[in-house]
Design a protein around this ligand. Structure first.
Ligand code: GLU
Ligand code: MG
Length: 465
């Protein structure tokens, strides 16, 4: 078999990394290592390997039925050709993602790539999709995305079948921070021990609502971190007898949980922020403007990937600072795309853009992959940004909104999916297998929740996300 020198070196590195994991697992007294993935419905699932066979499992992976990428959050199986009871894929660990889980006894975690039995990327894998988009951005445009998912979530107490917020404290209040402090303290330690750096923490507006952000990272790592983050927050909360929920709208009368997606586009070596231009409006380069224009252009369908649950559309309402309109502006928290104000004296590094129409019910690999696909299309077609909106877009007249294309975003997952089905750029980027299975899963959710009452929707989303 012909192997390039670089290929040999990479394989040796991988072997060394796997040996390191086995040594670390043994030294730490681990009993199980979870092989985790995020499915099409944004649910984190996995299977665990025992320690005796860990070396082998790290190399060959663990088998998974092909049906799982057609599974919904309710564990219903959508009807997708080739995703039934017959056939397997492999969950093959990316050894760079290994971590010891501070929220489960004697347990490690590793994130996986889905592969076919002959070792090829499985085309319905979200992580594989993001890797493809990262490769396209670097290969075709010398562009490397640095990103941060900025999650809000709610701390809840479960009484019988009901979940209620742990407090009724106010926005940024120290009362709210004190009530949540024991859980937050342990979460911060657990995130840091797994290699994530905490940036900021505060009690957010909603009852029981928290916002704790971690440092940005190259795109793939940012999505990996978001998976580990969700696992950690929910796992630690459970140890305190609490439920942490990333549901976009856990309670009808409280603020929604966004997961704003911050990003900037750097050169391949990640030394120059190509989104920054000292002479550009709000310090934005022409490249950044094309990228943003691509996002706004595709947003009606893109939100099916970034605001990915039935529950998401309760959040995307005017006056909720969640973004209800296809508009952009500097520090405009009612527009879908916000240009975050850069740090004085650090403009070149800190110029970044935020997609507000994003929440944690999305699969972060698929949502970030979709954002890159839309942005690259904007660059390739040299799309022009409409004028910046510097007021709440709700307060513009219909005519004013029409002139700048500041349409209301889809008001249901169904509407977003119908737009996605018409968006050839996004469908082509996702690829036939991923697009088909993703849409089938989401359409089954739409149907299943339409047949139930609101209470069922809230409870399922609070509990599952
Ligand atoms: N909770 C708001 C949302 O759903 C965001 C509030 C803010 O951080 O600006 O996106
Ligand atoms: Mg916030």
């Amino acid at each position: 078999m012909a192997t390039t020198l670089a290929g040999t070196a990479a394989a040796t590195d991988l072997d060394a990394k796997r040996r390191e994991i086995v040594a670390q697992a043994e030294a730490s007294g681990l009993r199980l290592v979870r092989f985790l993935y995020c499915d099409n419905d944004g649910i984190i699932r996995g299977k665990s390997a025992g320690i005796a066979n860990l070396a082998e499992r790290l190399e060959t992976g663990i088998g998974l039925t092909v049906a799982m990428q057609a599974f919904t959050l309710l564990d219903h199986l959508a009807s997708v050709d080739g995703m039934g009871p017959v056939g397997e894929i492999r969950l093959v660990p990316d050894p760079t993602t290994f971590a010891i889980a501070p929220y489960a006894p004697h347990t490690g975690t590793v994130l996986v790539d889905m592969q076919t039995l002959d070792g090829q990327p499985y085309p319905a894998d979200g992580r594989g999709f993001l890797k493809r988009m990262i490769g396209r951005a670097a290969g075709d445009h010398d562009l490397s995305l640095i990103a941060a998912f900025e999650p809000e979530w709610s701390l809840a107490i479960k009484t019988g079948e009901d979940f209620s917020p742990i407090d009724d404290s106010g926005c940024f209040t120290s009362t709210g921070m004190n009530i949540a402090a024991p859980v937050i303290d342990e979460i911060v330690a657990a995130l840091e021990s797994q290699g994530m750096t905490v940036e900021q923490y505060y009690a957010e507006l909603g009852w029981g609502q928290q916002e704790l952000s971690i440092r940005h990272a190259p795109a793939l790592q940012a999505a990996d971190h978001h998976i580990l983050y969700r696992e950690t927050v929910r796992g630690i909360a459970l140890r305190h007898g609490r439920y942490a929920s990333f549901a976009p709208k856990p309670w009808a009368d409280q603020a929604g949980n966004g997961c704003h997606l911050h990003f900037s586009g750097w050169d391949r070596d990640q030394t120059v922020n190509r989104f920054y231009d000292a002479g550009g409006q709000y310090n934005l380069s022409t490249l950044a403007r094309h990228f943003m224009a691509g996002i706004l252009d595709h947003l009606p369908g893109l939100v099916a990937l970034t605001c990915a649950s039935v529950n998401s559309y309760r959040r995307l309402q005017p006056h909720m600072w969640a973004s209800a309109y296809r508009a952009w502006g500097p520090d405009n928290r009612e527009g879908a795309v916000r240009v975050a104000s850069p740090f004085k004296g650090h403009e070149a590094e800190s110029t970044n853009v935020e997609l507000k129409s994003s929440d944690s019910s999305a699969n972060p690999y698929i949502s970030l992959g979709g954002v890159i696909a839309a942005g690259l299309d904007g660059i390739e077609r040299k799309l022009t940004l409409p004028p910046a909106v510097t007021v709440d877009p709700y307060n513009l007249s219909d005519k004013e909104r029409q002139t700048i294309g500041a349409d209301r975003l889809p008001q249901s997952l169904k509407e977003a999916l119908d737009n996605l089905k018409r968006d050839d750029t996004l469908l082509k980027a996702l690829g036939e297998r991923l697009a088909t299975s993703y849409i089938a899963v989401k359409e089954l959710d739409v149907e299943a929740f339409a047949a139930e009452d609101d209470a069922f929707e809230f409870r399922q989303h609070i509990y599952k996300y």
